[in-house]
Design a protein around this ligand. Structure first.
Ligand code: ATP
Ligand code: MG
Length: 441
């Protein structure tokens, strides 16, 4: 790729991304940077703004490719659109909107003066150099630019608690000058940690769990069990709307839906009784594992939180772990409900999760739920049904609901889908066949 030309003058609005933990990585860092760059490009594509991406030392620069044609303020607006979108791309910790200027003290000073126009109170200059060959040291830049701002705008200097901070970052090809930035989602680039299948109930916890794992670099496929044909399809609409909202953090999300009602009935009539909830959850996990094999995913994710409901006692969680050899990731295991709800609000899933629906787990609920499930009892019940085959069949018959129009996906982040035809997800597709035969889990 050609190097970006040196900036023309002190007026190019651009976007500068500060990277999170990825900068601490050693030999694999470049590979992770490439994953992040791909994710950023995909996210930015949704804005319709053509962008030129450049990897710099520990930062990524995004330039508006057709900025000059847009003129002011169109150029700055386009940069603002990009900045807003990339805040939700995991792997980025901070998003700044600097002016990109030529590597001369005059250009830097002019940009800093322009950016502080109209400000009142005190200020501080925070200069740093990623290119140490620059003619002035950081301290010299601080003094030079600071003096000019005092002279032109009459602002006071306060180095410890200024009203305005002016950041100057000297890079290899250019200098960036900006006054503030916003925190981004943080974490690691999605895809860096592999793939997992997230069990999505339509409740409050599971979307938060999936989000937390995406933030740790795991690409999530989503699996929802509906009570159909014993219930209506409402829970599917909720799962679909949740996936649609979460897609903002990873892109290309896929939701698989398994009609679970008949399998639940079969478990109930094989004498599960007080163990029904745990037996159902084990069958869900086995089905998740079968789907994971088909999708080359190597982990399952659930929204379990220790002790929150009867199926989440330590004994029952141990019984759930036994259902599959795949690791079951439970990022919320130590979270309080109030903490989970606050996070759900922050990531815009809470309003959807709180919509009423008939969750399949509430079907056929026994009057008393076993809190200390024993494995031999569970295995006896499962033996009557041949659950491994049943799980394979359920996974093979899972229906996929894909995002048909990715451009529209993010526009309704906090909007709850209205009941009726608009909220009906695009049609199901068959699940891909398993790549290779696998031993039963
Ligand atoms: P949530 O708010 O996520 O529904 P919960 O507190 O209601 O969680 P449970 O109903 O016991 O807890 O479910 C625990 C986990 O099991 C969920 O977080 C989810 O990962 C999985 N799960 C439960 N029901 C379903 C379902 N119908 N489809 C897919 N996964 C499910
Ligand atoms: Mg639930």
């Amino acid at each position: 790729m050609p190097q970006s030309p040196d900036p023309r003058g002190p007026d190019e609005p651009c976007v500068l991304l500060k990277l999170g933990e990825i900068v601490l990585k050693g030999r694999n860092r470049q590979q992770f940077e490439r994953i992040l760059q791909g994710n950023i490009r995909a996210a930015v594509r949704e804005t319709g703004v053509p962008v030129e991406l450049r990897q710099r030392e520990g930062v990524i620069l995004l330039r508006v490719a057709d900025g000059e044609q847009r003129g002011e303020p169109g150029w700055a607006q386009a940069a603002g659109q990009i900045a807003e979108r990339v805040r939700d791309v995991p792997g980025i910790i901070r998003v700044c909107q600097p002016l990109r200027v030529a590597k001369t003290p005059e250009a830097v000073t002019a940009a800093a003066v322009a950016l502080t126009k109209g400000r009142t109170g005190t200020f501080a200059i925070r200069a740093r150099r990623r290119d140490k060959r620059f003619g002035l040291t950081s301290a010299q830049l601080n003094v030079l630019v600071g003096r000019e701002i005092v002279e032109v705008h009459g602002l006071g200097v306060n180095l410890s608690r200024p009203d305005t901070e002016v950041f100057i970052e000297v890079d290899q090809h250019e200098v960036f000058v900006f006054t503030e930035g916003v925190d981004a989602v943080g974490g690691l680039p999605v895809g860096m940690s592999g793939r997992g299948v997230a069990l999505m109930s339509g409740g409050i916890d599971s979307p938060v769990a999936a989000y937390r794992m995406m933030r740790r670099g795991l690409r999530c496929f989503f699996l929802h069990f509906s009570g159909m044909p014993l219930t209506g399809p409402e829970s599917i609409y909720k799962a679909y709307a949740l996936v649609r909202g979460l897609d903002r953090y990873q892109g290309g999300s896929r939701l698989f839906v398994v009609p679970f009602g008949k399998a639940q009935q079969a478990l109930a009539s094989s004498g599960a009784d007080r163990l029904l909830i745990v037996a159902q959850r084990r069958l869900m996990l086995k089905t998740g594992a079968a789907l994971a094999r088909r999708l080359s995913a190597t982990a399952l994710i659930t929204g379990d939180s220790l002790g929150q409901v009867a199926s989440q006692t330590l004994a029952n969680i141990t019984a759930l772990d036994d259902a599959t050899k795949l690791p079951i990731l439970r990022p919320l295991i130590g979270w309080d409900k109030s903490e989970i709800m606050a996070e759900a609000r922050r990531i815009h899933t809470l309003a959807i999760s709180e919509l009423p629906d008939q969750d399949c787990c509430t079907l056929l609920t026994p009057r008393r739920v076993e809190t200390r499930a024993r494995l031999d009892d569970l295995r006896r019940i499962e033996g009557r049904l041949d659950v491994e085959d049943l799980a394979d069949t359920l996974a093979a018959n899972a229906q996929e609901y894909r995002q048909e129009n990715p451009k529209n996906l993010y526009s309704e982040r906090a909007v709850v889908p209205a009941p009726g035809p608009r909220s009906v997800p695009p049609g199901p597709r068959p699940v891909p066949p398993a790549r290779a035969p696998h031993p039963a889990v």
